[in-house]
Design a protein around this ligand. Structure first.
Ligand SMILES: C[S@@+](CC[C@H](N)C(=O)[O-])C[C@H]1O[C@@H](n2cnc3c(N)ncnc32)[C@H](O)[C@@H]1O
Length: 257
């Protein structure tokens, strides 16, 4: 692979790198190079195996996604790890699944570095919704259909997340719903309460960009049943169905009431 210079990264102690949703082909060239140049990679659970395999053997890896089968590493511990490694003079790559700036707690980690007076750089990655839409053969915005795209979460620190349900319920709206598996029934109820057509197409893409990627589709009225079929990480694309050519593929499952 060609060596692409990253002039700004040379002065950063920590580089936040988006790994994309899974496959090596969804990693940017800049991200690839940052992995080659790192002394230590601090990575999340959602980073794909293909991407982890690109980290050179000499580079130390710290998995902050899960401790065995236990709970995720506390955010404060992650701050301590990246600050300590950077202060020790190591080139740190903080590798996160998808894009670092989408539901990735990036700002909290940046603030920890700022408090420690450490410089950082950001290399964004492909977010799971972008790759999921591509898997459907669809675009996320379309002339005459939707002038905006909403990126929302199904739950936040307070529980199920409140959104502009009335706006989202309008015909033609498209939303990428992250972390929406547990809140599927709540999201469905809120949208229908605000007048969304129960027949609105919804797709759920599980394990985006991985060998076990699956697409489930059906109407909003079946959203909880559609989502229940996905066991791995999944992104819900409200307002989008797979194109006809995609629907014929074996990994596309239909769920209609
Ligand atoms: C904490 S958020 C991280 C999002 C990530 N930064 C991104 O840009 O895709 C985790 C949620 O992202 C979505 N997600 C991340 N990776 C995914 C994948 N490979 N396949 C499907 N959904 C994924 C799921 O909705 C998951 O619950």
């Amino acid at each position: 692979m060609q060596n692409v210079p990253l002039p700004f990264a040379a002065c950063a102690d920590v580089t936040f790198v988006g790994a994309g949703p899974g496959a090596a082909r969804h990693l940017t060239l800049g991200a690839y190079q940052a992995l080659q140049d790192a002394d230590v990679v601090v990575h999340d659970r959602l980073v794909g195996a293909e991407v982890l395999a690109l980290i050179p053997a000499r580079v130390r890896r710290i998995d902050v996604g899960k401790e065995g089968f236990g709970p995720s590493t506390a955010q404060g511990t992650i701050h301590t790890v990246i600050v300590t490694e950077a202060r020790a003079g190591h080139r740190v790559v903080r590798l996160k699944g998808g894009d670092v700036g989408i539901f990735g707690r990036l700002d909290e980690e940046i603030e920890a570095l700022e408090a420690a007076g450490l410089p950082f750089a950001i290399l964004p990655g492909l977010t799971s919704a972008t790759v999921a839409a591509a898997a459907l053969g669809q675009s996320l915005t379309k002339r005459g259909r939707n002038k905006s795209l909403r990126i929302v979460t199904g739950h936040d620190m307070e529980g199920f997340a409140e959104q502009d349900w009335r706006g989202l319920a309008q015909k033609g709206e498209v939303a990428a719903i992250y972390m929406g598996k547990k809140s599927a029934r709540y999201v469905q109820g809120r949208l229908m309460m605000h007048g969304a057509d129960p027949a609105t197409e919804v797709s759920v893409v599980e394990n985006v960009s991985r060998p076990d990627q699956r697409i489930f589709e059906g109407p909003l009225s079946s959203l909880p049943d559609i989502v229940a079929q996905a066991h791995g990480p999944a992104v819900i694309l409200f307002g989008l169905a797979p194109r006809r050519a995609v629907q014929a593929l074996p990994f596309v499952k239909e769920a209609r009431a």
